[in-house]
Design a protein around this ligand. Sequence first.
Ligand code: GCO
Ligand code: MG
Length: 450
Amino acid sequence: MTEYRNMNRRSIMRMVAGASAAGLVSKRELAAQAQVQRATRGMPSPKIKDVSVILTAPAGSRLVVVKIVTDQDGLYGYGCATFTQRAEVVVDAVEKYLKPLLIGMPADRIDDTWQFLYASSYWRNGPVLNNALSGVDQALWDIKGRQAGMPVYQLLGGKCREAADTYTDVGGGVEISAVIERAKKAMAEGYRHIRVQIGIPGMESYAGGMRDAPPVKGLHNDPVFEPAVQVRRSLALLEACRKQLGDEIELLHDMHERLAPIQAVQFAKDVEKFKLFYLEDVLAPEDNAYFRMIREQCSTPLSMGELFNSPHEWTPLISERLIDYIRIHVSQAGGVTPCRKIAAMAEIFGVKTAWHGPGDVSPIGHAANLHLDLACYNFGIQEGGRIRGVLGEVFKGCPTWKDGYLYANEAPGWGIEIDEKLAAKYPIREGPAGGGAYRIRRLDGTVVKY
Ligand code: GCO
Ligand code: MG
Protein backbone atom coordinates (compact mmCIF):
# COMPACT_ATOMS: atom_id res chain seq x y z
CA MET A 1 0.00 0.00 0.00
CA THR A 2 2.72 2.44 1.11
CA GLU A 3 4.93 1.53 -1.81
CA TYR A 4 2.12 1.95 -4.27
CA ARG A 5 1.27 5.33 -2.81
CA ASN A 6 4.93 6.43 -2.84
CA MET A 7 5.43 5.28 -6.40
CA ASN A 8 2.31 7.06 -7.41
CA ARG A 9 3.42 10.24 -5.70
CA ARG A 10 6.89 10.02 -7.24
CA SER A 11 5.48 9.51 -10.70
CA ILE A 12 3.11 12.46 -10.27
CA MET A 13 5.99 14.63 -9.09
CA ARG A 14 8.08 13.53 -12.08
CA MET A 15 5.21 14.33 -14.39
CA VAL A 16 4.67 17.76 -12.80
CA ALA A 17 8.40 18.52 -12.86
CA GLY A 18 8.54 17.48 -16.51
CA ALA A 19 5.58 19.67 -17.35
CA SER A 20 7.20 22.55 -15.51
CA ALA A 21 10.47 22.09 -17.33
CA ALA A 22 8.53 22.13 -20.58
CA GLY A 23 7.07 25.46 -19.46
CA LEU A 24 3.51 24.05 -19.22
CA VAL A 25 3.04 24.62 -15.46
CA SER A 26 4.03 27.73 -13.54
CA LYS A 27 6.19 27.56 -10.42
CA ARG A 28 3.26 28.78 -8.34
CA GLU A 29 1.03 25.96 -9.64
CA LEU A 30 3.83 23.52 -8.99
CA ALA A 31 4.11 24.69 -5.38
CA ALA A 32 0.32 24.46 -4.98
CA GLN A 33 0.31 20.91 -6.29
CA ALA A 34 3.13 19.94 -3.94
CA GLN A 35 1.10 21.40 -1.08
CA VAL A 36 -1.92 19.31 -2.09
CA GLN A 37 0.34 16.26 -2.22
CA ARG A 38 1.51 16.90 1.33
CA ALA A 39 -1.98 17.57 2.67
CA THR A 40 -3.54 14.48 1.12
CA ARG A 41 -0.66 12.08 1.56
CA GLY A 42 -1.74 8.52 2.15
CA MET A 43 -1.06 7.16 5.59
CA PRO A 44 0.42 3.68 5.67
CA SER A 45 -2.04 1.03 6.80
CA PRO A 46 -1.19 -0.18 10.33
CA LYS A 47 -1.47 -3.89 11.09
CA ILE A 48 -2.68 -5.32 14.38
CA LYS A 49 0.30 -6.69 16.31
CA ASP A 50 -1.16 -7.39 19.74
CA VAL A 51 -4.49 -7.45 21.55
CA SER A 52 -4.65 -7.47 25.35
CA VAL A 53 -7.10 -6.70 28.13
CA ILE A 54 -6.69 -4.36 31.09
CA LEU A 55 -8.81 -5.27 34.11
CA THR A 56 -8.89 -2.61 36.77
CA ALA A 57 -11.15 -1.34 39.56
CA PRO A 58 -9.81 2.01 40.81
CA ALA A 59 -13.26 3.18 41.90
CA GLY A 60 -14.80 -0.17 42.82
CA SER A 61 -16.52 -1.16 39.55
CA ARG A 62 -14.73 -3.85 37.59
CA LEU A 63 -13.61 -2.10 34.37
CA VAL A 64 -12.57 -4.00 31.25
CA VAL A 65 -10.53 -2.20 28.58
CA VAL A 66 -9.11 -3.71 25.38
CA LYS A 67 -5.75 -2.46 24.12
CA ILE A 68 -4.75 -2.96 20.50
CA VAL A 69 -1.14 -2.35 19.50
CA THR A 70 -0.17 -1.91 15.85
CA ASP A 71 3.06 -2.56 13.98
CA GLN A 72 3.69 1.20 13.84
CA ASP A 73 5.78 2.63 16.64
CA GLY A 74 3.65 4.20 19.35
CA LEU A 75 0.35 3.64 17.51
CA TYR A 76 -2.17 1.85 19.73
CA GLY A 77 -5.70 2.34 21.00
CA TYR A 78 -8.08 1.58 23.85
CA GLY A 79 -11.69 0.43 23.84
CA CYS A 80 -14.26 -0.11 26.60
CA ALA A 81 -15.47 -3.70 27.00
CA THR A 82 -16.88 -3.30 30.50
CA PHE A 83 -19.47 -5.88 31.53
CA THR A 84 -18.85 -5.37 35.20
CA GLN A 85 -21.02 -8.27 36.43
CA ARG A 86 -19.18 -10.88 34.34
CA ALA A 87 -15.87 -9.11 33.69
CA GLU A 88 -13.58 -12.11 33.35
CA VAL A 89 -15.75 -13.85 30.79
CA VAL A 90 -15.18 -10.87 28.48
CA VAL A 91 -11.42 -11.28 28.91
CA ASP A 92 -11.69 -14.84 27.63
CA ALA A 93 -13.88 -13.75 24.72
CA VAL A 94 -11.25 -11.20 23.68
CA GLU A 95 -8.09 -13.19 24.32
CA LYS A 96 -9.17 -16.68 23.31
CA TYR A 97 -11.55 -15.92 20.47
CA LEU A 98 -11.04 -12.45 18.95
CA LYS A 99 -7.29 -11.98 19.32
CA PRO A 100 -6.31 -14.92 17.05
CA LEU A 101 -8.64 -13.55 14.36
CA LEU A 102 -7.19 -10.06 14.63
CA ILE A 103 -3.41 -10.48 14.62
CA GLY A 104 -2.00 -9.30 11.28
CA MET A 105 -5.28 -7.68 10.18
CA PRO A 106 -5.28 -4.04 9.05
CA ALA A 107 -6.20 -1.76 11.97
CA ASP A 108 -7.84 0.82 9.68
CA ARG A 109 -10.82 -1.18 8.37
CA ILE A 110 -13.15 -0.63 11.29
CA ASP A 111 -16.58 -1.47 9.89
CA ASP A 112 -15.22 -4.42 7.93
CA THR A 113 -13.51 -5.79 11.05
CA TRP A 114 -16.66 -5.25 13.11
CA GLN A 115 -18.84 -7.14 10.59
CA PHE A 116 -16.37 -9.98 10.36
CA LEU A 117 -16.03 -10.40 14.13
CA TYR A 118 -19.79 -10.04 14.66
CA ALA A 119 -20.52 -12.86 12.25
CA SER A 120 -17.53 -14.98 13.32
CA SER A 121 -19.29 -16.76 16.21
CA TYR A 122 -22.46 -17.52 14.22
CA TRP A 123 -24.50 -16.98 17.46
CA ARG A 124 -24.39 -13.30 18.26
CA ASN A 125 -25.92 -10.31 20.07
CA GLY A 126 -25.16 -11.42 23.60
CA PRO A 127 -23.62 -9.17 26.26
CA VAL A 128 -20.28 -11.01 26.55
CA LEU A 129 -19.45 -11.10 22.85
CA ASN A 130 -20.87 -7.62 22.24
CA ASN A 131 -18.67 -6.14 24.97
CA ALA A 132 -15.62 -7.95 23.58
CA LEU A 133 -16.48 -6.62 20.13
CA SER A 134 -16.91 -3.11 21.53
CA GLY A 135 -13.46 -3.23 23.14
CA VAL A 136 -11.93 -4.00 19.75
CA ASP A 137 -14.15 -1.54 17.88
CA GLN A 138 -13.47 1.43 20.16
CA ALA A 139 -9.74 0.65 20.19
CA LEU A 140 -9.74 0.78 16.37
CA TRP A 141 -11.53 4.17 16.42
CA ASP A 142 -8.92 5.39 18.92
CA ILE A 143 -6.14 4.20 16.60
CA LYS A 144 -7.70 5.87 13.58
CA GLY A 145 -8.01 9.12 15.50
CA ARG A 146 -4.43 8.95 16.71
CA GLN A 147 -3.25 8.15 13.18
CA ALA A 148 -5.17 11.08 11.73
CA GLY A 149 -4.13 13.37 14.59
CA MET A 150 -7.82 14.09 15.29
CA PRO A 151 -10.30 13.47 18.11
CA VAL A 152 -12.76 10.72 17.14
CA TYR A 153 -15.69 13.18 17.00
CA GLN A 154 -13.92 14.75 14.01
CA LEU A 155 -13.87 11.42 12.21
CA LEU A 156 -17.62 11.14 12.88
CA GLY A 157 -18.25 14.42 11.07
CA GLY A 158 -17.19 17.06 13.59
CA LYS A 159 -19.03 18.85 16.36
CA CYS A 160 -22.76 19.54 16.29
CA ARG A 161 -22.40 21.28 19.68
CA GLU A 162 -19.70 22.65 21.95
CA ALA A 163 -20.30 20.26 24.84
CA ALA A 164 -22.76 17.63 26.03
CA ASP A 165 -25.38 18.54 28.61
CA THR A 166 -25.40 16.02 31.47
CA TYR A 167 -27.69 14.97 34.27
CA THR A 168 -26.82 13.85 37.76
CA ASP A 169 -28.49 11.20 39.85
CA VAL A 170 -29.95 12.32 43.15
CA GLY A 171 -31.21 9.53 45.36
CA GLY A 172 -29.82 6.95 47.68
CA GLY A 173 -32.24 7.43 50.57
CA VAL A 174 -35.81 7.12 51.73
CA GLU A 175 -36.55 10.72 52.76
CA ILE A 176 -38.18 12.90 50.12
CA SER A 177 -36.95 16.05 51.86
CA ALA A 178 -33.34 14.78 51.69
CA VAL A 179 -33.65 14.07 47.96
CA ILE A 180 -34.98 17.59 47.43
CA GLU A 181 -32.09 19.10 49.40
CA ARG A 182 -29.59 17.14 47.30
CA ALA A 183 -31.35 18.20 44.12
CA LYS A 184 -31.06 21.87 45.17
CA LYS A 185 -27.32 21.40 45.71
CA ALA A 186 -26.96 19.84 42.26
CA MET A 187 -28.88 22.76 40.73
CA ALA A 188 -26.56 25.20 42.49
CA GLU A 189 -23.60 23.31 41.01
CA GLY A 190 -24.92 23.96 37.53
CA TYR A 191 -26.99 20.91 36.59
CA ARG A 192 -30.06 21.65 34.48
CA HIS A 193 -31.19 18.01 34.52
CA ILE A 194 -31.60 15.87 37.62
CA ARG A 195 -32.66 12.26 37.95
CA VAL A 196 -34.51 11.92 41.24
CA GLN A 197 -34.90 8.54 42.92
CA ILE A 198 -36.43 7.42 46.18
CA GLY A 199 -35.88 4.28 48.22
CA ILE A 200 -38.32 2.26 50.30
CA PRO A 201 -37.51 1.82 54.01
CA GLY A 202 -36.32 -1.74 54.61
CA MET A 203 -36.61 -2.78 50.96
CA GLU A 204 -34.05 -3.31 48.22
CA SER A 205 -35.25 -0.60 45.89
CA TYR A 206 -33.08 0.77 43.07
CA ALA A 207 -32.46 3.89 45.18
CA GLY A 208 -31.65 1.99 48.37
CA GLY A 209 -33.59 1.61 51.57
CA MET A 210 -32.03 -1.38 53.30
CA ARG A 211 -29.72 0.83 55.31
CA ASP A 212 -32.44 3.18 56.47
CA ALA A 213 -34.70 0.78 58.36
CA PRO A 214 -34.75 -2.81 59.60
CA PRO A 215 -35.25 -5.15 56.63
CA VAL A 216 -38.83 -5.91 55.68
CA LYS A 217 -39.27 -9.65 56.12
CA GLY A 218 -40.84 -11.80 53.43
CA LEU A 219 -41.56 -15.54 53.30
CA HIS A 220 -37.84 -16.02 52.67
CA ASN A 221 -34.46 -14.64 53.73
CA ASP A 222 -33.63 -12.43 50.73
CA PRO A 223 -34.10 -8.66 50.41
CA VAL A 224 -37.63 -7.64 49.54
CA PHE A 225 -38.98 -5.35 46.81
CA GLU A 226 -42.63 -4.62 46.14
CA PRO A 227 -43.39 -2.79 42.86
CA ALA A 228 -46.65 -1.18 44.02
CA VAL A 229 -44.89 0.43 47.00
CA GLN A 230 -42.24 1.85 44.68
CA VAL A 231 -44.91 3.29 42.39
CA ARG A 232 -46.58 5.15 45.29
CA ARG A 233 -43.29 6.48 46.64
CA SER A 234 -42.07 7.58 43.22
CA LEU A 235 -45.32 9.46 42.58
CA ALA A 236 -45.02 11.21 45.95
CA LEU A 237 -41.41 12.13 45.21
CA LEU A 238 -42.13 13.55 41.77
CA GLU A 239 -45.04 15.58 43.06
CA ALA A 240 -42.90 17.05 45.85
CA CYS A 241 -40.02 17.77 43.45
CA ARG A 242 -42.23 19.68 41.04
CA LYS A 243 -43.72 21.70 43.89
CA GLN A 244 -40.48 22.50 45.65
CA LEU A 245 -37.96 22.65 42.79
CA GLY A 246 -40.14 24.56 40.34
CA ASP A 247 -40.99 24.10 36.68
CA GLU A 248 -37.65 25.10 35.17
CA ILE A 249 -35.58 22.14 36.30
CA GLU A 250 -35.68 19.08 34.03
CA LEU A 251 -36.62 16.00 36.07
CA LEU A 252 -35.80 12.42 35.11
CA HIS A 253 -36.81 9.19 36.84
CA ASP A 254 -35.59 5.59 36.42
CA MET A 255 -38.01 2.73 37.15
CA HIS A 256 -35.24 0.19 36.48
CA GLU A 257 -37.47 -2.32 34.70
CA ARG A 258 -39.17 -3.40 37.92
CA LEU A 259 -42.89 -3.01 37.28
CA ALA A 260 -45.47 -5.36 35.89
CA PRO A 261 -46.38 -4.12 32.39
CA ILE A 262 -49.83 -2.78 33.26
CA GLN A 263 -48.43 -1.05 36.35
CA ALA A 264 -45.93 0.62 34.03
CA VAL A 265 -48.73 1.83 31.76
CA GLN A 266 -50.55 3.34 34.73
CA PHE A 267 -47.40 4.90 36.14
CA ALA A 268 -46.48 6.52 32.84
CA LYS A 269 -49.98 8.03 32.69
CA ASP A 270 -49.89 9.19 36.31
CA VAL A 271 -46.56 11.04 35.91
CA GLU A 272 -47.61 12.80 32.70
CA LYS A 273 -48.64 15.89 34.69
CA PHE A 274 -45.15 16.30 36.18
CA LYS A 275 -43.71 17.03 32.70
CA LEU A 276 -40.64 14.83 33.04
CA PHE A 277 -37.65 15.23 30.76
CA TYR A 278 -38.00 11.47 30.53
CA LEU A 279 -39.14 8.36 32.33
CA GLU A 280 -36.48 5.66 32.07
CA ASP A 281 -36.90 1.89 31.73
CA VAL A 282 -40.49 1.82 32.92
CA LEU A 283 -40.71 -1.59 31.24
CA ALA A 284 -38.24 -4.45 31.09
CA PRO A 285 -36.92 -5.33 27.60
CA GLU A 286 -38.96 -8.53 27.82
CA ASP A 287 -42.09 -6.33 27.82
CA ASN A 288 -41.15 -4.10 24.89
CA ALA A 289 -44.49 -4.72 23.20
CA TYR A 290 -46.26 -2.73 25.94
CA PHE A 291 -44.64 0.52 24.79
CA ARG A 292 -47.36 0.82 22.19
CA MET A 293 -50.01 0.74 24.93
CA ILE A 294 -48.21 3.48 26.89
CA ARG A 295 -47.81 5.59 23.78
CA GLU A 296 -51.50 5.35 22.97
CA GLN A 297 -52.45 6.64 26.41
CA CYS A 298 -50.06 9.44 27.34
CA SER A 299 -47.30 11.74 26.18
CA THR A 300 -44.77 11.08 28.97
CA PRO A 301 -41.35 11.14 27.27
CA LEU A 302 -39.82 7.66 27.42
CA SER A 303 -36.21 6.51 27.45
CA MET A 304 -35.29 2.88 27.08
CA GLY A 305 -32.51 0.50 26.32
CA GLU A 306 -29.61 0.16 28.78
CA LEU A 307 -30.13 -3.62 28.74
CA PHE A 308 -30.47 -3.91 24.96
CA ASN A 309 -28.11 -6.22 23.09
CA SER A 310 -29.67 -6.63 19.73
CA PRO A 311 -31.10 -4.77 16.73
CA HIS A 312 -34.24 -6.87 17.24
CA GLU A 313 -34.83 -4.87 20.42
CA TRP A 314 -34.13 -1.30 19.37
CA THR A 315 -35.16 -1.24 15.71
CA PRO A 316 -38.95 -1.62 16.25
CA LEU A 317 -39.04 0.85 19.14
CA ILE A 318 -37.24 3.49 17.09
CA SER A 319 -38.85 2.92 13.72
CA GLU A 320 -42.36 2.82 15.22
CA ARG A 321 -41.62 5.96 17.24
CA LEU A 322 -42.51 4.25 20.52
CA ILE A 323 -39.77 5.89 22.59
CA ASP A 324 -38.16 9.34 22.71
CA TYR A 325 -34.62 8.58 23.89
CA ILE A 326 -32.52 5.56 23.02
CA ARG A 327 -30.52 4.70 26.10
CA ILE A 328 -28.19 1.98 24.96
CA HIS A 329 -25.05 0.98 26.87
CA VAL A 330 -22.62 1.52 23.99
CA SER A 331 -20.27 -1.38 24.81
CA GLN A 332 -23.23 -3.70 25.39
CA ALA A 333 -24.46 -3.03 21.85
CA GLY A 334 -21.05 -3.72 20.29
CA GLY A 335 -19.33 -0.31 20.33
CA VAL A 336 -19.28 2.94 18.42
CA THR A 337 -19.70 1.37 14.99
CA PRO A 338 -23.24 0.06 15.62
CA CYS A 339 -24.17 2.99 17.89
CA ARG A 340 -23.40 5.70 15.37
CA LYS A 341 -25.71 3.87 12.98
CA ILE A 342 -28.39 3.55 15.66
CA ALA A 343 -28.07 7.30 16.27
CA ALA A 344 -28.43 8.02 12.56
CA MET A 345 -31.50 5.80 12.31
CA ALA A 346 -32.97 7.41 15.44
CA GLU A 347 -32.44 10.88 13.99
CA ILE A 348 -34.65 10.04 11.03
CA PHE A 349 -37.44 8.93 13.38
CA GLY A 350 -37.19 11.88 15.77
CA VAL A 351 -35.65 9.83 18.61
CA LYS A 352 -32.74 11.32 20.58
CA THR A 353 -29.73 9.68 22.24
CA ALA A 354 -29.12 9.30 25.96
CA TRP A 355 -26.25 6.79 26.08
CA HIS A 356 -26.03 4.90 29.35
CA GLY A 357 -23.17 6.28 31.47
CA PRO A 358 -23.11 4.86 35.02
CA GLY A 359 -20.03 4.07 37.11
CA ASP A 360 -19.66 0.71 35.46
CA VAL A 361 -18.60 2.27 32.16
CA SER A 362 -14.83 2.86 31.92
CA PRO A 363 -13.56 6.40 31.23
CA ILE A 364 -12.73 5.21 27.70
CA GLY A 365 -16.42 4.29 27.35
CA HIS A 366 -17.47 7.68 28.75
CA ALA A 367 -15.23 9.36 26.17
CA ALA A 368 -16.84 7.25 23.43
CA ASN A 369 -20.29 8.35 24.66
CA LEU A 370 -19.17 11.97 24.61
CA HIS A 371 -17.67 11.84 21.11
CA LEU A 372 -20.98 10.43 19.83
CA ASP A 373 -22.84 13.17 21.76
CA LEU A 374 -20.76 15.86 20.12
CA ALA A 375 -21.03 14.52 16.59
CA CYS A 376 -24.66 13.34 16.45
CA TYR A 377 -27.29 15.97 15.69
CA ASN A 378 -29.99 14.13 17.68
CA PHE A 379 -28.13 14.11 20.99
CA GLY A 380 -30.53 14.32 23.94
CA ILE A 381 -28.69 14.10 27.26
CA GLN A 382 -25.65 12.34 28.75
CA GLU A 383 -25.43 10.44 32.02
CA GLY A 384 -22.14 10.45 33.93
CA GLY A 385 -18.71 11.06 32.45
CA ARG A 386 -17.64 13.38 35.25
CA ILE A 387 -14.50 11.53 36.26
CA ARG A 388 -12.91 12.40 39.58
CA GLY A 389 -10.30 11.11 42.01
CA VAL A 390 -8.14 8.08 41.42
CA LEU A 391 -10.05 7.08 38.27
CA GLY A 392 -8.74 10.26 36.63
CA GLU A 393 -5.21 9.37 37.67
CA VAL A 394 -5.37 5.94 36.04
CA PHE A 395 -7.18 7.29 32.95
CA LYS A 396 -5.43 10.54 32.05
CA GLY A 397 -7.15 13.08 29.80
CA CYS A 398 -10.77 12.33 30.75
CA PRO A 399 -13.52 14.67 29.58
CA THR A 400 -13.91 17.75 31.77
CA TRP A 401 -17.16 18.87 33.38
CA LYS A 402 -18.24 22.49 33.91
CA ASP A 403 -21.64 23.99 34.74
CA GLY A 404 -23.45 20.79 33.83
CA TYR A 405 -21.64 20.36 30.49
CA LEU A 406 -19.10 17.71 29.53
CA TYR A 407 -16.22 18.79 27.26
CA ALA A 408 -13.86 16.58 25.25
CA ASN A 409 -10.17 17.35 25.32
CA GLU A 410 -8.90 17.96 21.83
CA ALA A 411 -6.25 15.22 21.83
CA PRO A 412 -6.30 12.59 19.03
CA GLY A 413 -8.48 9.50 19.36
CA TRP A 414 -10.39 9.36 22.65
CA GLY A 415 -7.74 11.68 24.09
CA ILE A 416 -7.08 9.32 27.01
CA GLU A 417 -3.86 7.58 28.07
CA ILE A 418 -3.99 4.79 30.63
CA ASP A 419 -1.33 4.61 33.32
CA GLU A 420 -1.17 0.83 33.05
CA LYS A 421 1.16 0.42 36.04
CA LEU A 422 -1.23 2.35 38.25
CA ALA A 423 -4.21 0.43 36.81
CA ALA A 424 -2.53 -2.82 37.90
CA LYS A 425 -2.49 -1.53 41.48
CA TYR A 426 -6.30 -1.71 41.51
CA PRO A 427 -7.04 -5.35 40.70
CA ILE A 428 -10.67 -6.37 40.36
CA ARG A 429 -12.10 -7.73 43.57
CA GLU A 430 -13.70 -11.13 43.62
CA GLY A 431 -17.31 -11.19 44.69
CA PRO A 432 -20.00 -13.84 44.72
CA ALA A 433 -20.56 -15.07 41.16
CA GLY A 434 -17.88 -12.68 39.94
CA GLY A 435 -19.74 -9.54 40.83
CA GLY A 436 -23.32 -9.89 39.71
CA ALA A 437 -25.22 -11.90 42.29
CA TYR A 438 -28.40 -9.93 42.68
CA ARG A 439 -31.22 -11.68 44.46
CA ILE A 440 -34.36 -9.77 45.32
CA ARG A 441 -37.79 -11.24 45.93
CA ARG A 442 -41.31 -10.02 46.45
CA LEU A 443 -42.84 -10.67 49.87
CA ASP A 444 -44.12 -14.07 48.76
CA GLY A 445 -40.73 -15.15 47.38
CA THR A 446 -41.12 -14.36 43.66
CA VAL A 447 -37.82 -13.29 42.11
CA VAL A 448 -37.70 -9.66 40.95
CA LYS A 449 -35.50 -8.77 37.99
CA TYR A 450 -32.87 -6.38 39.30
C1 GCO B 1 -28.50 3.78 35.20
C2 GCO B 1 -28.52 2.34 35.52
C3 GCO B 1 -27.37 1.80 36.29
C4 GCO B 1 -27.42 0.29 36.39
C5 GCO B 1 -26.04 -0.28 36.46
C6 GCO B 1 -26.06 -1.79 36.57
O1 GCO B 1 -29.48 4.22 34.64
O2 GCO B 1 -27.51 4.44 35.46
O3 GCO B 1 -29.78 1.86 35.74
O4 GCO B 1 -27.12 2.41 37.50
O5 GCO B 1 -28.16 -0.10 37.51
O6 GCO B 1 -25.32 0.12 35.36
O7 GCO B 1 -24.76 -2.27 36.68
MG1 MG C 1 -31.15 3.00 34.34
